[in-house]
Design a protein around this ligand. Structure first.
Ligand SMILES: C[S@@+](CC[C@H](N)C(=O)[O-])C[C@H]1O[C@@H](n2cnc3c(N)ncnc32)[C@H](O)[C@@H]1O
Length: 288
């Protein structure tokens, strides 16, 4: 474990680490989305291998099992889905056990997996919202028909470009009303004006050159800063059990929240440690 300022970064598997953690005041996280072949075992080696082999050219556009479809193909897909859903349920159950009363679980997913995430939250928590993050656009995706069918032009493809991701927000089951919970725990309300500006449930934050690291799914820091301010009060603890390159942690440093991050990929973990260290040094420079 690395202790950097008010942050605790743990190199390990969340499913082993979560049962050993203290109570936290919010969980803000971006776990693997079940891109068929990547399943829940999303790590930089898998992704690089799949990108290299052409199975995935740009996550999250080309998520295919490969091969022609038949009963066997759909059965294989169902198996992947079941494994993914079981893993999600296991995660939400472990998360619920360490969330303070009134705390929020804020979880990213994509256009294809959001239903699974909602269903897993419903088992243990109370769903409060589905936020939409509009990603930057890319060229039309899917295989062009012109490669396989004579006479069909390039604009006919197997699918269209996806431009959004969902962020499911749920709360622990509470006893009484929100003011009661707030009196007991200081939690339960959402700050609707992060950075002073009123937000809705649609976000347009774009990645900048500062959000580019050796990882396929780095989230824009501006978006993570809003979520941290909205769903966790100042000086309380945010957990990100699928920390990746540590964007949630950097947002916590910038907005005075304590942070616990878990990541099992050494490469991503090292990037997260460096980024959080830099963020703390930048904050110090601002103060002095
Ligand atoms: C979608 S990425 C998160 C990216 C992050 N939002 C960022 O901005 O860098 C998911 C991360 O979860 C990690 N991961 C997957 N399964 C894990 C597990 N069981 N325990 C800990 N980390 C895991 C992966 O290595 C990956 O870096």
């Amino acid at each position: 474990m690395e202790r950097i300022g008010n942050c605790r970064l743990i190199l390990g598997d969340s499913f082993d680490v979560l049962p050993k953690l203290c109570k936290v005041d919010a969980i803000i996280t971006d776990p693997p989305y079940n891109y068929d072949l990547l399943n829940f075992d999303w790590n930089s080696k898998d992704i690089k291998r799949n990108i290299g082999s052409g199975m995935i050219t740009h996550v999250p556009y080309n998520n295919v099992l490969g091969g022609a479809r038949d009963d066997k193909w759909y059965k294989r897909l169902s198996k992947f889905d079941k494994k993914f859903y079981d893993k999600l349920k296991q995660f939400v159950q472990l998360a619920d056990a360490i969330m303070s009363e009134g705390a929020f679980l804020v979880q990213f997913s994509d256009h294809k997996s959001t239903g699974f995430v909602q269903a897993s939250h419903k088992r243990y928590l109370y769903i409060k919202d589905s936020l939409v993050w509009i990603r930057s656009s890319g060229p039309a995706r899917g295989r062009p028909a012109s490669r396989d069918v004579e006479g069909l032009p390039d604009e006919y493809r197997t699918t269209i470009t996806n431009m959004w991701e969902s962020i499911i927000v749920s709360q622990t089951r509470i006893i009484g009303n929100t003011p009661d919970v707030y009196k007991r725990t200081g939690l339960g309300y959402v700050n609707t004006r992060p950075n002073g500006e009123l937000v809705t449930n649609i976000f347009y934050d774009k990645k900048t050159k500062y959000d580019k690291f050796d990882h396929v799914s780095v989230k824009p820091l501006t978006l993570m800063c809003k979520l941290v301010q909205m769903y966790c009060p100042v000086n309380r603890i945010v957990l990100d059990p699928f920390m990746g390159t540590g964007t949630t942690g950097v947002a916590c440093v910038e907005h005075n929240r304590k942070f616990i991050g878990i990541e099992r990929d050494r490469n991503n973990f090292d990037i997260a440690c460096d980024r959080i260290n830099d963020a703390i040094n930048n904050q110090r420079k601002k103060l002095w």
